[in-house]
Design a protein around this ligand. Structure first.
Ligand SMILES: Cc1ncc(COP(=O)(O)O)c(C=O)c1O
Length: 360
């Protein structure tokens, strides 16, 4: 209700002409918070990201990002269609990439290769399970980009979630990026809105890009007021969300399928193999219905990652065997744990498996 009241009472003007006092106040407030020169209010996080990509690329240039980035997976091919740019996708633990990977991926100055002009990171990393970058992981990427003259963008749709968790300050983050996109409509609870932050010069150009993307809004202060309210009242409350999320995680009964469903092999997929090849799978459990080639695949995978291969079979495993195998699997890196005939596991075998998995 309080947010709605703030929206209702907001003074408004025409933001296409820069004359909406509430939009201006929101843009200034958030830019100041991050120690950045200017901001531009847009209808969505997709738009702020896509504007940033347009700002930092030209046709025939290339963006480096994680293969699970929102900008690549969920923005409708906008990198290509809005900016005519190419993209180089990196793999990496929990959706995160490192400076060493970026260094290897910057294209040489060669007529055959698109010029690398932008690295884009995401924090929190949505598809990485909400994983968080800390500043000490960002600094080397920032330094490398500076040295190479490459721009660094942050899709910070949920950046405040990361900051309340890490305790790092917005201004420290602002100092490490050329542009940051912050969403107001996610954990902060606004109905609409995202702000792109950058230099005055970049945001001036961003206004022209927003216009052609159809994102120029008129009396948008009514929406920006929600953003101001959220910055004043909802940032700290993200901690409550995190506590609740942890609570839900604890309460959720773990089903066997949850532990191992990720590697369900009724349709073996290339993602699994790619993940394994890049060494991103510390341990792996395979299960599936009969006749899909699990045993063969489990063996191939074990070979590929040169990992120990443990197998549990419902037909033969007693609780003691289960304990032994799970203990080994949990404490070793790069293990293929193959659970066979899972549908035949009786209740006590299942309980033993789950209890041991949870405990470890
Ligand atoms: C990481 C990330 N970036 C950008 C967006 C896009 O935001 P919007 O839905 O406002 O376009 C989302 C949406 O969920 C997201 O998760």
């Amino acid at each position: 209700m309080a947010m709605k009241a703030a929206m209702f009472e907001a003074p408004v003007g025409d933001d296409v002409f820069g004359e909406d006092p509430t939009v201006n106040a929101l843009e200034e407030k958030i830019a100041q918070l991050f120690g950045m020169e200017a901001g531009i209010f847009c209808p969505s996080g997709t738009m702020t990201n896509q504007i940033a990509i347009r700002l930092h690329t030209r046709p025939q240039t290339e963006v480096i990002c994680h293969q699970y980035s929102h900008i690549y997976l969920y923005e409708g091919g906008g990198i290509m269609s809005n900016s005519l740019a190419s993209v180089k996708l990196l793999s990496g633990d929990l959706g995160k990439i490192t400076a060493a990977q970026v260094a290897e991926s910057i294209n040489p100055d060669d007529v055959h290769a698109p010029e690398t002009t932008l690295v884009s990171l995401e924090n929190t990393m949505n598809k990485g399970g909400g994983s968080i970058y800390k500043l000490d992981e960002i600094k080397p990427i920032h330094d490398l980009c500076r040295e190479k003259g490459i721009k660094l963008h942050l899709d910070g749709a949920r950046l405040f979630n990361a900051l309340v968790e890490s305790g790092e300050s917005p201004s420290e983050w602002g100092a490490h990026f050329d542009t940051i996109s912050i969403c107001l409509s996610k954990g902060l609870g606004c109905p609409v809105g995202s702000v792109l932050l950058g230099t005055k010069e970049a945001i001036k150009r961003a206004k022209k890009i927003r216009k052609v993307f159809g994102g120029g809004m008129r009396q948008a202060g009514i929406l920006a007021a929600a953003g101001i309210y959220a910055l004043d009242h909802h940032v700290e409350r993200l901690k409550e969300d995190h506590a609740k999320a942890r609570e839900i995680e604890r309460m959720r009964p773990i089903r066997l399928e949850d532990l191992i469903g990720q590697a369900h092999l009724s349709s073996p997929n290339s993602f699994l193999f790619k993940a394994i090849k890049s060494g991103n799978v510390p341990s792996l459990i395979l299960w599936g219905p009969p006749g899909v080639g699990k045993t063969t695949i489990a063996n191939i995978i074990a070979n590929e990652i040169k990992a120990p291969f443990y197998t549990l079979s419902a037909v033969s495993a007693g609780v003691k065997d289960i304990r032994e195998v799970i203990d080994k699997a949990k404490f070793q890196m790069g293990v293929v744990l193959f659970i066979d005939e899972i549908h035949r596991f009786n209740k006590s075998q299942q309980d033993a498996l789950l209890a041991l998995w949870r405990k470890a």
